[in-house]
Design a protein around this ligand. Structure first.
Ligand code: PLP
Length: 384
């Protein structure tokens, strides 16, 4: 928390706007819409709820197919099941670790031939970095398939100057406790189609028809964000640029002090893509490194430092056994490679340089030879 959250919560208490909805909700939606540059935004109880509403609005139902990135958190795909539809998983490509345009193109060609195009494509921007949106948008446009951009992890990142989450028909953000800004739990659905956002608002508020009595013609949901939590969100949005800056510094320090170790690599950063550096993730070539991913995670654990593998690809999840999946290329499975070689490093905005150096030292100690830090002057920048 930044400290400013209290002010908005206090206002809500003072004005007795504890009930769901209220002025903070309206203001949070407006402020986020302005920040990312979209016409409409709807604050909801979670990112998952936002994805669910987007699928609903696109008419996804029983028997429909929805394409989805395979390297992601389960929340990207669960709403496909809520709608009774069937996911098809698309592999990553090595440059952004996000959806492979090559695999997407093959999957769409096959679906077109089978006369069963997907109702939507859910593109996920992992670890704070945008997907190759130019390619993906142009492929989806050529088949007239709408995009839902799952930007739960990438709020504030940009692709060629445009905000992550604003490329598809719908964009989704999450304010879960682990995200770059948080309301403890919450999400936002955004779109340039203001009418669609109004429809989502209706569905998210129990689909109550405009009548003085309680009247309902379609099934709805209770998905709105509370006025208290929206107050937290407003204060958090103000510190988003600071958070991005802090996480960039964290990422740079890891890259500087671990990047030279044998077998260690980091998520590449492509020209024109600015990440929010939500998480810094390294990959390990175990042969070159002479140490395994499990050994590194275990060594960190012994120092009471939490690290984690990369998301387990959804096509490998028991829940999705026998689900269709398109690899990046024949016999080239990028998401699986990343799952086996990746380690998510501690990256929270409140991580002190001192603590980060503990993490770095612990990792360096696992390598057989000790590698001296070459350019000490670089360290001065970080006040190490
Ligand atoms: C966190 C996350 C979500 C879900 O957001 P919630 O607010 O937790 O429901 C969806 N997709 C991705 C990629 C996420 O990381």
């Amino acid at each position: 928390m930044s400290g400013m959250e209290q002010k908005y919560i206090e206002e809500a208490f003072q004005s007795n706007w504890i009930a769901p909805l209220g002025p903070n909700v309206d203001a949070f939606e407006k402020e986020l819409a302005e920040y990312v540059g979209v016409k409409g935004a709807l604050a909801v109880s979670s990112g998952t709820a936002a994805i669910h509403l987007a699928l609903n609005l696109l008419g996804v139902g029983v028997g429909d197919k929805v394409f989805c990135s395979t390297l992601t958190f389960i929340a990207s795909a669960n709403p496909i099941l809520y709608q009774g539809a069937e996911p098809v998983f698309i592999d990553s490509e090595p440059e952004t670790w996000n959806m492979s345009p090559e695999a997407l193109e093959r999957a769409l060609e096959d679906a077109y031939t089978a006369n069963h195009l997907p109702k939507a494509v859910i593109v996920v921007n992992l670890y704070g970095q945008s997907s190759k949106m130019d390619e993906i948008v142009s492929i989806c446009d050529s088949y007239n398939v709408p995009i839902i951009e799952d930007a739960a992890e990438s709020l504030g990142a940009t692709y060629r100057g445009k905000q992550s989450g604003t490329f598809g028909k719908f964009g989704v953000y999450s304010f879960n406790g682990n995200k770059i800004i948080t309301t403890s739990g919450g999400g936002m659905l955004v779109s340039d189609d203001a009418e669609a956002i109004e429809k989502a608002r209706f569905l998210a508020t129990q689909a109550r028809d405009p009548a003085p009595h309680y009247q309902h013609s379609v099934m709805g949901y209770n998905y709105r964000l509370s006025n208290l939590l929206a107050g937290v969100g407003r204060a958090q949005l103000q510190v988003l640029p600071e958070r991005i800056e802090k996480r960039k510094v964290i990422s740079e320090l890891y890259r500087l002090l671990l990047g030279e170790l044998p077998g260690v690599q980091f998520l590449p950063e492509l020209d024109g893509l600015i990440s929010n550096h939500w998480l810094t993730v390294m990959t390990l070539n175990e042969e070159e490194a002479g140490v395994s991913v499990d050994q590194l995670i275990q060594a960190l654990h012994e120092e009471h430092i939490e690290s984690r593998p990369v998301w387990k690809p959804l096509h490998l999840q028991p829940l999705f056994a026998n689900t269709d999946y398109y690899s990046h290329q024949d016999h080239v499975h990028i998401a699986e490679q990343l799952f086996h070689t990746g380690i998510c490093l501690p990256s929270g905005s409140s991580l002190s340089t001192e603590d980060q150096l503990r993490v770095i030292r612990c990792i360096r100690d696992q390598f057989e030879r000790s590698y001296e830090i070459k350019d000490m002057s670089l360290l001065k920048e970080y006040e190490v």
